[in-house]
Design a protein around this ligand. Structure first.
Ligand code: 2BA
Ligand code: 2BA
Length: 109
């Protein structure tokens, strides 16, 4: 068994969950925050049998699209009287960042 941990854009999360459930997969959504942009994203956990992993990954690929975002980098330390004009930096935000982990044991009580 595998645990598929997928970090996705909050805007895609509900459609992804709906698509997974439609195809008979079980899923849990957690609200998370990205360390770089410090913005909300969503982490979707799917525990599934090894042979269903590719199907889950295909659903994730279809439901989540990459987009470009602009962020203001953290300001440097400036001397008194100096002016700092932040230049927004372009970053590509996935799609989905996916980790597939081996499940050592799975129980339902
Ligand atoms: P954030 O950490 O908010 O990152 C948003 C986007 O900013 C990233 O998109 C990437 O394009 C860029 N970025 C992040 N850290 C960077 C760095 N140290 N230097 C330069 N650019 C950086 P994605 O790679 O698509 O990641 C989207 C979200 O997925 C991330 O949000 C984070 O919450 C999660 N994530 C991505 N890779 C991860 C990893 N290796 N471990 C844990 N979480 C990860
Ligand atoms: P929910 O997804 O809201 O599911 C509530 C209950 O509905 C489940 O109870 C199960 O009895 C049923 N159910 C959910 N998805 C189903 C499906 N695709 N087909 C048929 N019945 C389905 P539990 O199995 O006790 O799960 C309780 C909660 O634990 C779930 O809430 C979900 O958040 C999480 N969960 C369970 N199995 C999971 C898995 N394999 N991967 C990720 N999260 C899981």
């Amino acid at each position: 068994m595998k645990l598929i941990m997928s970090i996705v854009n909050s805007d895609d999360a509900r459609d992804l969950i709906a698509a997974l459930v439609r195809k008979g997969h079980r899923a849990t959504m957690i609200s998370t925050t990205g360390g770089f942009l410090r913005e909300g994203n969503a982490t979707i956990l799917v525990g599934t049998e090894d042979e269903k992993v590719e199907d889950v990954l295909a659903v994730i690929r279809e439901s989540c699209r990459a987009r470009t975002q602009y962020v203001n980098p953290l300001p440097p330390v400036v001397e008194a009287g100096e002016l700092y004009m932040p230049t927004p930096v372009e970053v590509q935000v996935g799609g989905a960042t996916v980790f597939v982990l081996d499940v050592v044991r799975h129980e339902r009580y």
